[in-house]
Design a protein around this ligand. Sequence first.
Ligand SMILES: Cc1ncc(COP(=O)(O)O)c(C=O)c1O
Length: 392
Amino acid sequence: MALKVSTTNRIPPFLAMEMMNATRKLEVNGADLMHLEIGQPSTPPPPAVLQALSKSLGNPQTHGYSLAFGEMPLRQRIAAHYQDWYGCRPDPDNIAVTLGSSLGFTLAFLGAFDRGDRIALANPGYPAYRNIMLALGLEPVLLPSRAAEGWLPRLKSLANDSKLPDGLLLASPANPTGVVMSDVELKHVCQWCDANGVRLIMDEIYHGLTFDKRPTSAVLHSESAIVINSFSKYFCMTGWRLGWMILPDDLLEITERLAQNLYIGPSRPMQEGAMAAFDDYNILDQNVLRYQENRDVLLRDLPSEFLGDMAPAEGAFYIYADLKQLSKTALNSIDFTNALLKEANVACTPGVDFDQELGHHYLRLSYAGETEEIRNASRRINSWLPSYLKTL
Ligand SMILES: Cc1ncc(COP(=O)(O)O)c(C=O)c1O
């Protein structure tokens, strides 16, 4: 007899992760793949971080549970990081260390909203935002963002809506578009949310990864916003599963109770390692130069019809390529990425992961890897593309 499986909590797959599954299987069988599918730095965390982690493993104190919001020395170190980068120092009591930023979103959604509440977010956008909301019974309200408007989400469409959303979730730099909001734009969003009683959740996970503009933080402009960040991207610690939130006072108690009950607290050895992540920004900034070079290799070496009317790629490590001009036949981004993987041995993520409506003619290329891998991938794409187009 079939046992019960939830039907209300069914959510779409996260296609970038599905692609990672597919590449693992191919590699076990000896495939030589170029990885442009996952937003994951190819470089390890700085040596000081690895040393701090290995030292912590010998410290009996780190074998026990952590406080739910993480240990105070790391929260103080994160506060000092805000002083270094943004010139403001959040209270460490308002900082919660989480299991990646991913769990930060779950805590934010559970702490600030009730089932049925509506949260606006940019479309295209990071798929897990929408999918976590669906799993929690929240209603995503998609804000179109288009090339012609610099890929910034149309907030005006919200202001004209008869019913304002309960929350607004934005990211800058954004995934998959790489768009970076200016300080004026961010301040305007913070003020609009405060004036209209809309809870802002700002995803700042790609801070540090910009090439020309330096993003500013919502902590500078809002006392009610939830700011979410992570050790995964700039700090190269994706597998460590550590992130943080800066919480407004009214959400501290509920979020701490959620953290205590959902997962008790973050890993203590990982927190000890992360303490050293802020010690040497120079090492990490070298990676940013590499990402910039990688982006330029792709922009220079890939055909302009392949990149299309792409987003500006000013930050993060993604190009959101518009394949529309490649063919008169409508493309399907899933078929396209599958063929690219099987026939050219290059892994990318289909645009429908980020935009279920228009993403079928988009492709996300992650350039977080080594420059040689990026060069190799563009050579493979260039030699494969003409024969693929003939099959359409
Ligand atoms: C925009 C954005 N936010 C959040 C995450 C989740 O990252 P993590 O849970 O590793 O902090 C990702 C991962 O790719 C992302 O692209």
